[in-house]
Ligand binder design. Structure first.
Ligand SMILES: [Zn+2]
Length: 229
């Protein structure tokens, strides 16, 4: 996977080897930590992107909606379940504190972002470097700070990743996907798509706007890289 790749929910689950039904998925013995974010209108959480896409401030998750929970948005976000097990908030918090306070290696987290229903894009690997709890609308929410890294978790390092050391802004991705109607702009293919920007950052491409981003299929994206290198 390269940052900017576009996948269906099923493909995303296959790539990660796990069912991704929740936003926060902490590492298991065999699986990487995976976070799903959304910056679409009406998204349930407020995820923010700073420093030209190198930093993600990710909001923790609410108590699950159950019969005895009338409004999860009115409850503090839980660190543990009623039976005392850590929730994903608690697990990611623990990992962030191990890095911040004990100097352990940071947790590496693979991040996907929702473009529209059923369509996701891979944002790359992030280091989990900080956590704090914030008062927000009269309740407590977790905030996690994640920083984009070139380190790879499971995939082999890939040259193509180097040009993606910043994220294409969410609004740009959403608009480009809509403008290009979910198809490769060169051949019309609808699978293995990738957000391509005309000027690689490494070659002086600066601001990332709708005008210099387009959808390309894997084949045309590869051909483009061949030409440059
Ligand atoms: Zn194509």
């Amino acid at each position: 996977m390269n940052a900017g790749d576009i996948v269906s929910h099923t493909e995303m689950c296959m790539k990660e080897g796990r069912m991704l039904q929740h936003g926060m998925n902490f590492r298991t013995a065999q699986r990487n930590s995976v976070i799903l974010m959304s910056r679409r209108k009406g998204a349930p959480y407020h995820d923010r992107v700073l420093e030209e896409g190198r930093v993600l401030i990710y909001e923790g998750h609410d108590v699950p909606r159950k019969l005895n929970v009338v409004d999860p948005k009115a409850c503090d976000q839980p660190r543990s379940t009623p039976s005392g097990k850590l929730t994903p908030n608690g697990k990611f918090e623990q990992a962030a504190l191990l890095f911040k306070q004990d100097g352990k290696n940071p947790e590496l987290v693979r991040v996907y972002e929702k473009i529209k229903t059923g369509i996701w894009t891979y944002n790359g690997v992030f280091r989990l470097v900080d956590v704090w709890i914030e008062e927000s609308e009269k309740r407590k929410v977790f905030r996690f700070r994640l920083e984009l890294t070139d380190a790879d978790v499971a995939d082999k390092p890939n040259q193509a990743d180097l040009e993606h050391n910043r994220l294409i802004p969410s609004a740009v991705k959403q608009e480009v996907f809509k403008r290009d109607k979910g198809r490769c702009t060169l051949c019309g293919a609808t699978d293995n798509l990738h957000f391509d920007h005309d000027l690689p950052y490494s070659k002086g491409g600066t601001s990332i706007m709708v005008e210099n981003v387009r959808l390309l299929c894997a084949r045309h994206n590869l051909q483009k890289h061949d030409r440059i290198e």
